[in-house]
Ligand binder design. Structure first.
Ligand SMILES: Nc1ncnc2c1ncn2[C@@H]1O[C@H](COP(=O)(O)OP(=O)(O)OP(=O)(O)O)[C@@H](O)[C@H]1O
Ligand SMILES: [Mg+2]
Length: 603
């Protein structure tokens, strides 16, 4: 039983990543962890000495009989020592609460920052894979209080273990036989608690899928994104009922486990009580035979309930760790992830010529976990200063092409070159600075209008005039100028005083970022899809003037956006089907001609 108990403890420690948690806490704050360890030892030591001094007091009292007045100075001295030790113990206990809080706060900040660093360092493939995205989301969703809880639990476990060792050694000092007797009776209780924590953890892992489904359903009912459809389709109560059913199933499974634990605990607590009184009987009889002192009995009476408390806290500490194990695991899994985009260890510097040339050479690409190529054998030239367009039906691979061009993914085969050099030869950060993209699913930042535009180039000091000019170029000035607070207006409805605008107006703000950016290459992926026809036409009629001498790649389903391009590539099922100027492609009467619904004109 004891062997199997030790095995169980070992399994618990491995499951809970105990050594890794300790290393993480140490890395987060060596200073406060050292202070904390010192206080753990001090607190447990003082607890031990308080008990010991109490025993000394009773031994003094009983030395010459409790009524002997000659004992007075010795008794007073013993009382003073015991009192001082108890006061000191209480003071240290209070201070150590603060120390643990401070240590936990530091660990919390460290973990939070490390999560963000890991998240920034991961390439896009992680955000597009549900498996990895879940890890990231779980790690982040657990909030800042979890690291706090875990540190304080670890500190409690350390204190309790130390106290248990000290109490155990005290019992051995009274009579070594007490320890095994007690252990024999107490181990079943510990066993039940740890087994319960273990089963609880297994259940939680089994339930993860259902838990996530219920969280998703709850978010459908409460999020603003779905509020419109939920109401117009009358989906609210339908979804609520599915949610309630799942929550009930989850609860019932948990209650079943708790019921089993209660049955077992009833039995083991009776065994433990039996053990306690067996020890009392053993000591009392020993005392009658002059083997144990009154102090020993006192010590035993005080220490034993304490040891029960300590064991209780120990097992509840372990179950707290189990309960938060999903968080700990996700955090460690996240820390272990590595970006699949490899950085060149000795990158070349980006050519500083005023213009850059980009080219896709025989590029093929297959998404991670996908079975078929999304892009096959793509050859596209984007010469310096030219405006190139890519068109194609939904799912043709246009946005994927942009992701490769922005080096959010690397091609599976072939290469992308910048002035003739493979883009993987440069640092990805420096390369990405050369390109500015407005994505189909562009960002809506709930910050000021000016900052929304400044996000287009945060690495340089730029004037407010540049911000206004970018807004003028994108047409965003039309609505910004109507805001009483102008460029200081907070966008979106998340924060107080925020201004929500239409989707087309948001898109103009995203376009302003591209005009604000000084990168040498501009990419617009359906970046004008929400603009009204007049606004779009105006923008593209003078697009060359708006972007200066920069090169651009435009993706659009609208003829007005692409007809002015210097050269157009037509993508079909991941391959280049046709290429040429607008006029050439119309005359070809092929895919391009059909794409624009045969209404295209050469004008
Ligand atoms: N993250 C992804 N993982 C796996 N496959 C993907 C992923 N994103 C897109 N795909 C697949 O790649 C194909 C091309 O998608 P892409 O977004 O490039 O098309 P698109 O030409 O931009 O279409 P649209 O005109 O609708 O924007 C799609 O058929 C899609 O199934
Ligand atoms: Mg797309």
């Amino acid at each position: 039983m004891i062997k199997s108990f030790a095995h169980k403890l070992q399994k618990v420690s491995t499951n809970l990543n105990i050594s890794r948690i300790i290393r993480l806490i140490w890395d987060a704050t060596k200073e406060w962890t050292s202070i904390s360890i010192f206080f753990i030892i001090l607190e447990s030591g003082l607890f031990f000495s308080s008990l010991y001094l109490l025993k000394a007091l009773f031994d003094t009292l009983s030395k010459h009989g409790v009524t002997d007045i000659k004992n007075e100075p010795e008794v007073i001295r013993a009382v003073i020592y015991a009192t001082l030790s108890a006061i000191f113990y209480s003071a240290i206990k209070a201070i150590s609460v603060y120390i643990t809080e401070k240590q936990a706060g530091k660990v919390s900040e460290y973990v939070d920052d490390k999560i963000h660093r890991s998240a920034i360092g991961l390439d896009l493939s992680f955000y597009e894979s549900p498996e990895y995205f879940d890890i990231l989301k779980r790690a982040k969703d657990m909030g800042n209080d979890k690291p706090n809880l875990i540190v304080s639990t670890m500190v409690d476990i350390a204190k309790n273990l130390l106290s248990l060792i000290l109490i155990g050694s005290m019992l051995i000092a009274i009579d070594w036989r007490l320890f095994p007797i007690l252990a024999l009776f107490v181990i079943p209780t510990m066993w039940v608690r740890i087994s319960f924590a273990d089963s609880q953890n297994t259940l939680r892992l089994i339930q993860t899928g259902l838990e996530r489904r219920s969280t998703y359903l709850s978010s459908l009912l409460t999020s603003d994104i779905h509020a419109k459809e939920i109401r117009s389709f009358g989906l609210g109560h339908h979804i609520r009922k599915i949610y309630v059913k799942i929550r009930l199933d989850l609860l019932n499974a948990r209650l079943k486990l708790s019921k089993e634990r209660t049955h077992k605990e009833l039995l083991t607590s009776m065994i433990a009580t039996l053990g306690f009184f067996s020890c009392i009987a053993y000591i009392a009889i020993g005392s009658l035979h002059g083997k144990t002192s009154v102090g020993d009995i006192t010590l035993f009476l005080v220490a034993l309930p304490q040891s029960f408390n300590v064991m209780q806290s120990l097992s509840s500490g372990i179950s707290t760790l189990y309960q938060n194990n999903i968080f700990v695991k996700s955090v460690f899994e996240l820390f272990d992830l590595e970006s699949s985009l490899k950085e060149n260890p000795s990158p070349r510097s980006i050519p500083q010529d005023s213009q850059i040339d980009l080219e896709l050479k025989n590029v093929s690409f297959i998404y991670p976990h996908a079975e078929e190529n999304t892009l096959t054998d793509i050859n596209i030239k984007m010469p310096a200063g030219k405006i190139i367009a890519v068109v194609g039906s939904n799912g043709a691979g246009k946005s994927t092409l942009i992701k490769l061009l922005c080096r959010l993914y690397d091609p599976t085969s072939g290469q992308i070159t910048l002035n003739g050099s493979d883009i993987r030869d440069f640092s990805s950060f420096e390369y990405q600075q050369q390109i500015c993209a407005v994505f189909q699913d562009f960002g809506k930042y709930n910050i000021s209008v000016a900052d929304n535009i400044r996000f287009g180039d945060i690495h340089h000091e730029r004037s407010h005039r540049d911000v206004v000019e970018a807004a003028n170029n994108s047409g965003a000035n039309l609505f910004i100028d109507r805001f009483p607070a102008g460029y200081d207006t907070i966008m979106g409805r998340i924060f107080e005083d925020g201004h929500e605008v239409s989707i087309g107006q948001w898109q103009k703000l995203a376009l302003a970022r591209a005009f604000f950016s000084t990168s040498r290459f501009v990419v617009l992926d359906e970046a004008t899809s929400a603009l009204d026809a007049t606004a779009e036409e105006e923008l593209f009629d003078s697009f060359r003037e708006r972007i200066g001498n920069r090169a651009a790649l435009i993706i659009s389903h609208r003829q007005s956006a692409v007809k002015h391009a210097d050269y157009i590539y037509v993508l079909s099922e991941g391959r280049i089907a046709e290429s040429g100027t607008h006029e050439e492609l119309i005359q070809l009467k092929g895919v391009y001609y059909n794409l624009f619904n045969k209404n295209a004109t050469t004008k």
